[in-house]
Design a protein around this ligand. Structure first.
Ligand SMILES: [Zn+2]
Length: 269
């Protein structure tokens, strides 16, 4: 029997955006996460023999910003059968399948996707948690975090506040620690350079930064990390642990302080 395994391929778009193709070995369909540049995505797919022979069935839109969903209307026109999934409160273009927190979608290829509503960067931002039930080693799961969680960072609070971003991080921390994290932008190196000057005693941040620099020099992406790794290196996930360092009373105040510091490039050393 052929073992069916979820595969995730990053597709670089624009300056530093990532779209992703997701499929299961032995099945004939794929989904795309945030395919905001249709021409770029099509060029990538046609250059990939495995993907180009499959059917395109779903778009998972993390949020309403154009660098994540700016070509949804074109996708709907060209691929009318495709389900375009998006957060109910975000006004996603061409969305024909709205989701709210904890909604579950099961695809024909066996993937089970849970929507996790994480309002803050935008009101309707969704994390998509993918579980592959055809794998029985218990490790094949991934979360697409858009502009809410970056590797070693988080998105700006355009439509929310520190309390909501803290809640988003806590929600992500409830996922199994081996869940792979695929984010919306390649910001890892700059996030960790800054973090290393905030939580400067954290050796895990230093090591991950060195790895990220080398990885980028090789022209390779820094995705994915894992939830467990983010709990070690992502200061925004570690807000509760940093109250003393930041001189604030609680995790929400730490989150607010960290975001202000990041926005203004402020550090502690
Ligand atoms: Zn955004």
């Amino acid at each position: 029997m052929i073992r069916k395994i979820m595969r995730i391929i990053p597709i670089k778009l624009f300056e530093d955006n990532y779209s992703y193709a997701v499929f299961v070995e032995g099945h004939n369909s794929y989904a795309l996460v945030d395919p905001a540049d249709l021409a770029g995505v099509k060029a990538f797919i046609s250059g990939n023999p495995q993907l180009s022979s499959m059917n395109f069935t779903h778009v998972f839109t993390t949020h309403k910003h154009a660098d994540h969903c700016g070509n949804n209307e074109q996708i709907a026109a060209e691929f009318p059968h495709v389900k375009i999934v998006g957060g109910a409160s975000d006004g996603i273009p061409a969305c024909n399948y709205s989701v709210q927190d904890q909604d579950v979608i099961v695809l024909d290829n066996g993937l089970r996707i849970t929507a996790l509503h994480t309002p803050c960067h935008t009101r309707g931002h969704i994390l998509y948690y993918f579980e592959d039930y055809s794998s029985n080693d218990g490790t094949n799961r991934a979360v697409f975090t858009g502009d809410t969680i970056f590797i070693g960072g988080c998105g700006r609070f355009f439509e929310g506040n520190a309390e909501e971003m803290h809640a988003a991080m806590e929600k992500a921390k409830t996922l199994p620690t081996d869940t792979k994290v695929y984010c919306g932008h390649e910001y890892t190196e700059s996030n960790l350079k800054w973090s290393a000057k905030v939580e400067h005693q954290n050796q895990a941040i230093q090591s991950k930064l060195e790895w990220a620099v080398a990885q980028r020099e090789r022209g390779q992406p820094t995705v994915p990390s894992t939830i467990g790794e983010e709990m070690e290196i992502n200061v925004f996930m570690r807000a509760q642990l940093l109250t003393g360092l930041l001189g604030v009373s609680d995790a929400v105040a730490a989150m607010a302080r960290l975001r202000e510091m990041k926005n203004s490039g402020q550090t502690l050393v």
